[in-house]
Design a protein around this ligand. Structure first.
Ligand code: F6P
Length: 362
């Protein structure tokens, strides 16, 4: 009997997912002679047999440059906390038993879960129920512990830096303050690195609550030095000192995920009040998650994919592949999900930004 493994992609998509899928399918079929079942739409696919399909070399041909995931994904539908709507109300039930049964019925001897901290937490709970899982970390937010970087992040940075380059020329022509709101959830990595690369004047990150008066002072000082425009990068999770995060949808105790967004407008409004300058806001949004993956992300995704197979071959379940320096290693999933990897407000990268004269909100 040929060994059969499954692969699913969970949570928000990101560039490079298809490189992982391709790496897994090619390695499994060519090197190990295993079968691969592609599970559609994250853990949800494990509830419906029609969403599970055999993967062939044809299924992954030509997908390296494609963004998104050919398997589809969802960032809802945790099987341990599954929403069932009953008219006006939503009830949450545990259907993980069904997922475990279906994994058995599919004859999977291992499951590869490609996901961020949410999907890997679900994976860990399934591991506790005896499911042999190997994790592959993905997120544009780069907020997963135990890996130097996740694939998808590099492409998102390129998109954000490109937006900053474009905003510079129009800001300069109109002598405006331009605010760019970028993603990143509760971590400021995208804002910080794109802000440095894109020559921002102010970078606001969740790890450093910002002071509006200080931002206005910095822009005025820049104006006095001849800089008639300013660029502010605000991470969606950034918030003012003593204030709250700006959210589009509040998280509910029932399990709905908090949706961030709106801090760009807040900053533009507050800065506009104290400065005699025109302000405009650009919310980069899901553009950061789309597009063709960068060379770095394609390569990292492919290396993660084949490393996941090596872990399965060795029976090293409950582990996640990761990047350490320039090498691909592995670490236990429990270590990777214990908290988010945030920017160190006193670390080298923030210090470098401040040495470059960038106002970091404090
Ligand atoms: O985690 C990735 C991410 O893109 C975050 O940066 C962002 O806050 C969130 O997902 C957006 O999620 P959704 O696709 O549900 O709008």
């Amino acid at each position: 009997m040929k060994k059969r493994i499954g692969i699913l992609t969970g949570g928000g998509d990101c560039p490079g997912l298809n490189a992982v899928i391709r790496g897994v399918v090619k390695g499994a079929l060519i090197k190990y002679g295993w079968e691969v079942i592609g599970i559609e739409d994250g853990f949800d696919g494990l509830l419906s047999p029609e969403k599970c399909r055999p993967m062939t070399l044809d299924s992954v041909r030509g997908i390296l440059p494609r963004g998104g995931t050919i398997l589809g994904s969802t960032n809802w539908g945790n099987p341990f906390h599954y929403p069932v709507s009953g008219g006006d109300t939503v009830e949450y039930i545990d259907i993980s038993g069904q997922v475990v049964d279906n994994i058995g019925k599919l004859g999977l001897s291992a499951l590869i879960v490609v996901g961020g901290d949410g999907s890997l937490k679900i994976a860990q709970e399934l591991i506790s129920k005896g499911v042999p899982i190997v994790g592959v970390p993905k997120t544009i937010d780069n907020d997963l512990l135990e890996t130097d970087v996740t694939f998808g992040y590099n492409t998102a940075l390129e998109t954000a830096t490109d937006a900053l380059d474009k905003l510079h020329t129009t800001a300069e022509s109109h002598h405006r303050v331009m605010v760019l709101e970028v993603m990143g959830r509760y971590a400021g990595w995208i804002a910080l690195e794109s802000g440095i690369a894109g020559g921002a004047d102010v970078i606001l990150i969740p790890e450093i609550p910002f002071d509006v008066a200080g931002i206005c002072r910095a822009i005025q000082e820049r104006k006095a030095r001849g800089g008639r425009f300013s660029i502010i990068v605000a991470a969606e999770g950034a918030f003012p000192k003593g204030g709250k995060r700006v959210v589009k949808v509040a998280g509910k105790s029932g399990g709905a995920v908090e949706r961030l967004g709106g801090v760009g407008d807040y900053v533009a409004r507050e800065v506009g009040r104290c400065l005699d300058m025109d302000t405009r806001v650009t919310v980069l949004g899901h553009l950061q998650r789309g597009g063709s993956p960068s060379t770095f992300d394609r390569c990292l995704g492919s290396r993660f994919g084949v490393k996941a197979l090596e872990l399965i071959e060795r029976g090293e379940f409950g582990r996640m592949v990761c990047l350490r320096g320039r090498s691909i290693k592995s670490v236990s999933i429990t270590r990777a999900i214990r908290r988010l990897k945030l920017v160190n407000p006193n670390g080298e990268m923030v210090q470098a930004a401040e040495d470059l004269g960038i106002m970091m909100g404090r």
